[in-house]
Design a protein around this ligand. Structure first.
Ligand code: GLU
Length: 519
């Protein structure tokens, strides 16, 4: 058996949360490696010293771990091509830079930031794109030594060869770039740190990356990277630039930064498998058009060449109203706040509800634990293993798109001070023939010793015969007198879970509040 040579990498810059866009890139790299028997690598690109933070690094790792995307090489696990954090690889970059300078493929530029800035402004005022003018490209050795001895700060620029670069992209096809429109760009900044375009090429080559899969926003960086790779004589990796993700309004997702953080989905109570399945479909389709797929299947059938060039729609949020567009600060909302903006009919919700209905009851209880912490229920139910809690969960799971929705349903079973939710709920009982229905049902409950759902169904039907009501005018008054609400769990199921004693007590409390006599 030949060993697959596919090696992919996810290379986040630790300067914020891990958002859906980045997580989708990570996922495609991960799935492609899995599907080809290859290796998935994590590399941290922290050369932008001002924007990189330790907190962001931790959040990114936590997000990837929650999503279950284990990296075979990278921070925490090591590997033969480490270190995997760019700020720890400075000597490697330096060695490479020395080679480029001595072969004259790169040169030191001593132009000051002010000087460059004023040249940039001048170009702008003339309406022409700014390119470095090459002032330092041909300094003599003695000019260079003089500057170095006087400690003049410098950057290192790439001497760009004049040619057409063709990026042969797996998803975007062949894209042509003229190098002379790029200009001699900076490889090493004056603080000694490599630029993104430079470090990425050295690392991809030394880490033997075979496929660079990343957002289409990086396509315009690719010709620079290819030229640097050619200057070193590195093998050029395969490139696959995945489409942009847009919201239901067709606008780029990045506008809603806070709302698309991976951990926000965890906190809303989506299962990580659901988010992975949903993200896999952002720009990729399975060969048979199937959408709901377990992890193992995705890991087998994912193929990067089936990705589409067109933008993928992220339908998780509702379209914002005009007045909300400027005012909603998604990054300041907690999971409850965010819930208000979710599109109830999203594909994510459909997938999530389907999976919540399918997982084992034992797992459901376990997954629910963080969401029960602040629920108004007795402490002994919060461990997620209590048999009564599990049977409640089993009945309510059909209603759930995400776990954060569960506590109000569960609390319903423990309410002591029951009240009518609103005037409408009360009128369901007091209007029309509601009182007769309630009385008949109450009498039937008192005279029965049953506790199974079918028997409760019969007791309801019997109350219908006694009061002459059926359908809505039968069920709604019964719902109102037993719950104080106009919606909720299926009644026979609710009654079974509550049991006779609680049911009778509830009816008495609510009848009292509505000022009616049940017997
Ligand atoms: N650090 C880059 C980013 O976060 C990675 C780009 C790449 O994959 O080459 O956008």
């Amino acid at each position: 058996m030949t060993k697959s040579k596919v090696r992919t990498r996810f290379a986040p810059s630790p300067s914020g949360f891990l958002h859906v866009g980045g997580a989708r890139t990570a996922l495609f790299n991960y799935l492609y490696a899995k599907a080809t028997g290859g290796t998935f690598i994590l590399r941290v690109e922290d050369t932008d010293r001002e924007r990189s933070t330790e907190a962001s690094f931790k959040i990114i790792l936590e997000s990837l771990k929650w999503l279950g995307m284990d990296w075979a090489e990278g921070p925490g696990v090591g590997g033969p091509h480490g270190p995997y954090t760019q700020s720890e690889r400075l000597t490697i970059y330096k060695e490479h830079t020395d080679k480029l300078i001595s072969s004259k493929k790169a040169y030191r530029c001593f132009c000051s930031a002010d000087e460059l800035e004023s040249k940039k402004k001048q170009a702008e005022s003339m309406g022409i794109p700014y390119l470095y003018d090459g002032k330092c490209s041909d300094l003599t050795d003695s000019e260079i030594n003089e500057k170095l001895t006087s400690n003049t700060p410098f950057t290192v620029r790439f001497r760009i060869p004049n040619k057409i670069v063709i990026v042969d992209d797996i998803i975007q096809g062949k894209v042509k770039f003229e190098s002379k429109l790029i200009g001699d760009f900076i490889l090493v900044k004056s603080d000694g740190f490599p630029s993104y375009n430079y470090a990425v090429v050295i690392d991809d080559a030394l880490m033997e990356i075979s496929h660079v899969i990343r957002g289409v926003g990086h396509l315009s960086n690719t010709p620079r990277q290819i030229l640097i790779g050619e200057a070193f004589g590195f093998p050029i990796p395969n490139y696959a630039h995945v489409s942009e993700i847009v919201g239901t309004d067709g606008k780029k997702l990045s506008k809603r930064a806070g709302a698309t953080s991976v951990l926000a989905f965890r906190d809303l109570g989506y299962l990580s498998e659901t988010l992975r399945n949903y993200m896999a479909l952002l720009g990729w389709t399975s060969p048979d058009g199937k959408e709901f797929m377990p992890d193992e299947e995705l890991c087998k059938i994912f193929d990067i060449s089936r990705c589409s060039k067109s933008p993928a729609t992220f339908d998780v949020f509702k379209k914002l109203k005009e007045e909300e567009k400027e005012t909603v600060e998604f990054n300041k909302l907690d999971a409850n706040g965010l819930s208000e903006y979710l599109n109830p009919k999203s594909k994510l919700n459909w997938m999530s509800n389907k999976l919540i209905r399918e997982i084992s009851l034992e797992r459901l209880g376990k997954e629910m634990v963080p969401f029960l912490k602040d629920a108004k229920i007795p402490e002994e139910y919060k461990s997620g293993t209590h048999p009564a809690l599990l049977s409640i969960l089993d009945s309510v799971r059909v209603y759930l798109d995400r776990f954060i929705q569960a506590p109000p349903y569960i609390e319903e079973f423990f309410l002591e001070d029951l009240t009518f939710e609103n005037a409408e709920a009360k009128s369901l009982l007091t209007d029309g023939n509601g009182i007769s229905v309630a009385k008949a049902f109450y009498a039937n409950i008192l005279s029965s010793e049953t506790n199974d759902a079918d028997a409760y169904k019969n007791l309801m039907a019997k109350a219908g015969e006694m009061s002459g009501e059926k359908g809505r005018t039968l069920f709604m008054p019964i719902r109102a007198i037993t719950t104080g609400k106009s919606h909720g769990l299926e009644l026979p199921i609710l009654f079974t879970l509550l049991g006779k004693e609680k049911l009778v007590k509830r009816m008495q409390i609510l009848a009292n509040q509505a000022g009616i006599q049940l017997n």
